[in-house]
Design a protein around this ligand. Structure first.
Ligand code: DC
Length: 225
């Protein structure tokens, strides 16, 4: 049996930090699916005149080559042979990714790649549709949430730590807009799978969240739940 853990939840819920830590502890491969949507966004920004033109993007998407690689345990995304990892977290890339991730053909392509990876190796995969669509038979499904205010504060602290000038209220508005877009899109909207364990991390430390998920995994493995 190849184990898989699906972690879904809104932006800023702490999924990636936790998923990375757990992957290291359990010796699973961490797959950040948001990074794959972000890479497609880079491709679309550079190679198509309008990222909203779904018909045009759909007709070219099969020509795009996306590969994952790992360097010192960190996921790298290779787009048409070029490592674009350094550009994935740019604000412009994130905005374009939220547009591109609504498109059916884009989702089909990436879901297919993600499912193939999980067939081969144990993964902890994070995203929005992992438990509902990508890995409906995942061994453990977690839906991580936190209030928009807590998520905006985490983002604010992260940016401030990097020395970036930012405004909390503006970040909070952005968090709410992103949530709305993710939850209301027609294709694979963000929602917990019926069999997901819902974890509200607003009042939890990263360590507590990681321990809780580890505990759930071990319990399930031992046949206790
Ligand atoms: O988690 P993130 O911010 O890196 O995700 C980037 C965008 O991609 C975001 O708008 C949500 C979307 N996404 C998605 O639709 N499905 C996934 N499995 C992962 C991300």
């Amino acid at each position: 049996m190849i184990y898989s853990i699906a972690i879904d939840g809104p932006a800023g819920s702490g999924k990636s930090t936790i998923a990375k830590k757990l992957a290291k502890d359990l010796e699973f491969t961490y797959v950040d699916t948001g990074a794959m949507y972000r890479a497609i966004a880079i491709w679309a920004l550079e190679n198509t005149p309008d990222i909203n033109d779904e018909e045009n993007i759909s007709s070219h998407i099969d020509e795009v080559d996306i590969d994952l690689d790992y360097k010192d345990g960190e996921q790298q995304v290779i787009l048409d042979g070029e490592n674009v990892t350094g550009r994935l977290r740019l604000e412009s890339t994130g905005k374009a990714a939220s547009v591109i991730s609504k498109q059916k053909r884009v989702r089909e392509k990436l879901v297919d790649i993600q499912q193939k990876i999980a067939e081969e190796i144990p993964v902890i995969m994070d995203g929005r549709d992992i438990g509902t669509k990508v890995l409906p038979n995942a061994f453990l499904k977690i839906f991580m949430t936190a209030s928009p205010e807590v998520r905006a504060k985490r983002r604010y602290d992260e940016l401030t730590m990097k020395g970036e000038d930012c405004d909390y209220e503006e970040i909070l508005r952005g968090v709410k807009e992103r949530d709305h877009a993710d939850e209301t899109r027609a294709v694979s909207p963000l929602r917990p799978a019926e069999d997901a364990v819902i974890l509200d991390t607003s009042e939890m430390t990263e360590k507590e969240v990681a321990e809780k998920i580890r505990e759930l995994f071990e319990e399930r493995k031992g046949g206790k739940i």
